[in-house]
Write a protein that binds this ligand. Structure first.
Ligand code: MLT
Length: 264
């Protein structure tokens, strides 16, 4: 892993592959850059892949207190600036998608295309906001391991819990590395994020929306919200919320096809 201090925040990141075509992959909540381990080798022969541990996760800084999606987006923008990357394609998994939407909204000229992987531009529902507070309470009272053990099985398609038990364990082990104050800061940031559907429709960039057939966290009806010619919407059959682990080849193909369409 490499690291950069971006405006006082240390961000660790993987940097694989070479060339001017850069893609940035953002992981989801209680994940890390390691969420993308199976996808990076499929994309890095074609693109330079920058894969950060977002603030509050993995090895990156995890300050105390509530974060915001805007702050997390600025970390990504600052990292690209430090790396002297003028423009990139940005893909965010779930919570990483919320960060991606904020980054594109703040600095659209820094991106040539973006995608939400099992994510949504909607804000939290009232029920969802309540769940964030319960998550904070579980993390603070029972610890990150208990929280992650409760969360991870729901990320996978039910039929993969046994057949992909090794991947379920890997997702849990990544989750255990999340500093508790980081998980709390990010849960509160997700709770406060605004509806960003206008980013999908108003910003003239190619957009990829990927949903998993069996996603129990962000079902397709919530992932696919906009109807516009430059938006590509794709379902990954058989996958839950974790296609980067459950179906990495299919996801890499979807991303490559989309980037070919975006470059046209
Ligand atoms: C994630 O995978 O990042 C989270 O499930 C997203 C969320 O809770 O909204």
């Amino acid at each position: 892993m490499n690291k950069q201090v971006c405006e006082g925040t240390t961000i660790y990141y993987a940097d694989e592959g070479k060339g001017d075509n850069v893609i940035v992959l953002l992981h989801g909540f209680c994940g890390s850059s390691a969420y993308w381990d199976d996808v990076i080798p499929l994309l890095s022969p074609h693109y330079r892949c920058i894969v950060p541990d977002l603030r509050g996760h993995g090895q990156s800084d995890a300050p105390k207190g509530a974060y915001s999606m805007e702050e997390m987006a600025d970390d990504v923008l600052n990292l690209l600036k430090k790396l002297e990357i003028p423009q990139a394609s940005l893909f965010g998994h779930s919570m990483g998608g919320y960060v991606a939407l904020s980054a594109v909204q703040r600095r659209p000229e820094r991106f040539n295309a973006f995608g939400l992987i099992h994510s949504t531009a909607h804000e939290d529902t009232e029920e969802g906001k309540e769940k964030r507070l319960k998550a904070v309470s579980t993390i603070e009272t029972e610890g990150i391991k208990a929280f992650v053990d409760g969360m991870v099985p729901g990320l996978f398609a039910p039929q993969h819990l046994d057949s992909m038990a090794d991947k379920v364990i890997k997702a849990k082990e990544i989750g255990y590395t999340t500093p508790p104050q980081g998980a709390v800061g990010v849960a509160l940031a997700m709770r406060e994020r605004p509806d960003r559907r206008d980013v999908l429709t108003a910003i003239p960039l190619p957009v990829l929306l990927v949903a998993g057939e069996h996603d129990q966290v962000v079902p397709a009806a919530r992932a696919f919200t906009a109807d516009k010619p430059n938006i590509r919407q794709t379902i990954i059959n058989g996958a839950g919320h974790m296609s980067m682990m459950e179906a990495p080849r299919e996801l890499a193909e979807v991303i490559k096809d989309f980037l070919a369409f975006a470059a046209d």
